[in-house]
Design a protein around this ligand. Structure first.
Ligand SMILES: Cc1cc2nc3c(=O)[nH]c(=O)nc-3n(C[C@H](O)[C@H](O)[C@H](O)COP(=O)(O)O)c2cc1C
Length: 295
């Protein structure tokens, strides 16, 4: 049994069953005495989130995939809504970086925040790769430009366009034609002229988020993990920017998969560039949802 209850410690308060998304611990009357048992009908539905153990006031419920020391005590937070909202308002996508490496201890601390990102199924399947070697970044850039140069050419050819559409779907082709490639046209030109590298933006570090192809919410998991990294980086003075050009290159170019050691059953679903910001934003631009309403 992956979840077990110490009946001597359990006070049958039933909270574990209330917080469990599948109500696997069940508290019921047993000859006039309340008792909490594990549902044999639903135990296989356990997503191993650890909530039952984390909430138990009596340390009476154990889950096999965790050790006792895996549950850290809570600490008092010294942050209020004003500070937290300010932090979010002052986050910017940072696209220009100082020519200064980000220390690995800083990146490790950022990854600490990625470990705790929520995942759609509760499974911890997301992986992170950090590329901070300038040579590897340069090789990756070169290969990525190669992909987009080929794509620019192929999208102009009706037969090749037909096959691309069949492979990636109409919505993606439209996105490529209307949004990605018009900018990419210039990026390629500037890169080949040695003026700038707008795909990787000369970032000192690139963080990739990958997940198994079979994972039903892989893209969402990776995006949320990336956002955890983005917010943690911000409080540490590291600027970041989502980069949607790199994941397709990682997934479609075999040389890149090889270079980065991406396993066959995995794809990269999100990536962020990071580094010390070259410029400081002085004001917060207005951001407004299309709507926010109650019903
Ligand atoms: C899912 C997602 C993908 C993004 N992809 C890119 C990207 O490929 N390149 C880029 O420069 N910015 C990218 N961005 C950053 C947005 O352009 C940016 O969030 C937006 O312009 C608002 O600016 P702000 O983040 O400073 O508020 C992305 C943002 C999101 C949420």
């Amino acid at each position: 049994m992956i979840v077990s209850i110490d009946q001597d410690a359990c006070k049958a308060c039933g909270i574990c069953g209330q917080v469990c998304p599948r109500h696997i611990p069940v508290t019921a009357d047993n000859n006039g005495k309340k008792i909490t048992m594990i549902s044999s009908e639903r135990i296989d539905l356990c997503i191993e989130c650890g909530h039952c153990t984390a909430v138990c006031p009596n340390q009476a419920i154990q889950i096999k995939c965790f050790n006792e020391e895996d549950f850290a005590p809570l600490e008092k937070l010294d942050i209020d809504d004003h500070q937290f909202l300010l932090l979010m308002k002052q986050r910017r996508s940072v696209r220009r970086y100082k020519d200064k490496p980000v220390p690995r201890e800083t990146i490790d601390r950022i990854i600490d925040a990625v470990h705790v990102a929520p995942t759609g199924t509760g499974r911890m399947t997301t992986g992170v790769i950090v590329i901070d070697n300038p040579k590897t970044l340069a090789t990756l850039s070169e290969l990525a430009y190669g992909l987009y140069e080929g794509l620019e050419k192929n999208l102009k050819n009706p037969i090749a366009r037909f096959f691309i559409r069949r492979q990636v779907g109409e919505k993606k082709v439209r996105m490529l034609q209307d949004f990605v490639m018009p900018g990419m046209h210039w990026y390629i030109r500037w890169y080949r002229e040695g003026k700038s590298n707008e795909i990787l933006r000369d970032c000192p570090a690139l963080m990739l988020f990958h997940s198994p192809i079979y994972e039903p919410v892989s893209a969402e998991n990776c995006l949320i993990a990336a956002f955890h990294a983005i917010m943690m980086a911000q409080v540490m003075g590291i600027g970041t920017c989502f980069n949607d050009l790199i994941p397709p290159a990682c997934n479609r170019v075999p040389e890149i998969r090889n270079l980065l050691g991406i396993l066959d059953d995995r794809e990269v679903y999100a990536s962020i560039t990071m580094g010390y910001p070259k410029y400081q934003f002085k004001r917060i631009p207005l951001r407004k949802l299309a709507e926010a309403r109650y019903l």
